[in-house]
Design a protein around this ligand. Structure first.
Ligand code: HEM
Ligand code: HEM
Length: 216
């Protein structure tokens, strides 16, 4: 709202998470379609996405105010009430947006995990494919292929919802995801050096976990 004070809503780790995730998901699609020598980069991009997702789950417990799951994961009743009073100003994800956030995180986790076991029937397979039977690898490849469609649908819905809020409802959501600040009267999220260091440490942990798993 115009005239409202500026409040830090998204800490830096959440913002870096978001834009890196968006860029890498796009890159994963492109690299998978080109194939060939790009497959190697498809894999690396997928590992990084998995590390980002593990980080985001940790951040859902250890992040700042609005990044925590406890701030945006709401009961079906709360989603219902929001649907009936959608114009009340709020900081962070709305109860409805939270559903789309959780669906995207879950679908990407499944997509990345299935990829680890997938094969292209020619020369490439995920690093864990040899740990399962070829029938199981084929089934997970099918999951990975269907995941493409699910992800396209979820991301399209996400972009449509953001565009609707921006252009029809006059709610600025994209700018806060870039700068961290929203014009809303609400308690600020912590985003100091300590918080950012905590984010970096948790991401390093997440990356180490993924590296450990994919080098099995
Ligand atoms: C493949 C592309 C994308 C994916 C997978 C994606 C995924 C996500 C996820 C997981 C969140 C939750 C953030 C968190 O709490 O950590 C989110 C929030 C958000 N995304 Fe995206 N995103 C994508 C592209 C974009 C683009 C292109 C834009 C803008 C032009 C955008 C704008 C936003 C905004 C504004 C929010 C915050 C929504 C709110 O205030 O509730 N996203 N996105
Ligand atoms: C989470 C992010 C990921 C996304 C969005 C994604 C997306 C895709 C898409 C769209 C395709 C289909 C290409 C086509 O045949 O048209 C594909 C194929 C493939 N991906 Fe991924 N992928 C991800 C992660 C991974 C990971 C982590 C691995 C393994 C390390 C992997 C391994 C493969 C393999 C082996 C194929 C070829 C399967 C086939 O021939 O259909 N992907 N991926």
């Amino acid at each position: 709202m115009e005239g409202e004070p500026t409040t830090r809503v998204w800490d830096l780790p959440t913002r870096v998470f978001h834009w890196t995730l968006a860029a890498l998901v796009l890159f994963s699609f492109v690299s998978a379609k080109i194939g060939g020598a790009w497959t190697e980069w498809h894999f690396r991009s997928g590992y990084t996405i998995l590390a980002l997702l593990v980080f985001r789950v940790l951040w859902g417990f250890a992040g700042s105010r609005y990044a925590r799951f406890s701030a945006f994961v709401r009961s079906p009743g709360a989603v219902w009430r929001y649907l009936h009073a959608p114009d009340s100003p709020l900081a962070g994800h709305s109860p409805l947006a939270a559903l789309s956030v959780l669906a995207m995180l879950a679908a990407l986790l499944l997509q990345g995990s299935a990829g680890l076991f997938a094969n292209d029937a020619i020369a490439n397979e995920g690093p864990l494919a040899r740990l399962v039977s070829s029938a199981a690898s084929d089934r997970l490849t099918t999951v990975h292929r269907w995941g493409e469609k699910v992800l396209i649908a979820l991301v399209a819905l996400h972009l449509a919802a953001v565009a609707y809020q921006e252009w029809r409802k006059g709610r600025r959501l994209v700018w806060p995801m870039i700068t961290g600040d929203a014009r809303i009267a609400a308690p600020p999220a912590r985003d100091d050096a300590g918080m950012r260091l905590r984010g970096a440490v948790l991401f390093a942990l997440a990356a180490a976990l993924v590296a450990f798993v994919v080098t099995r």
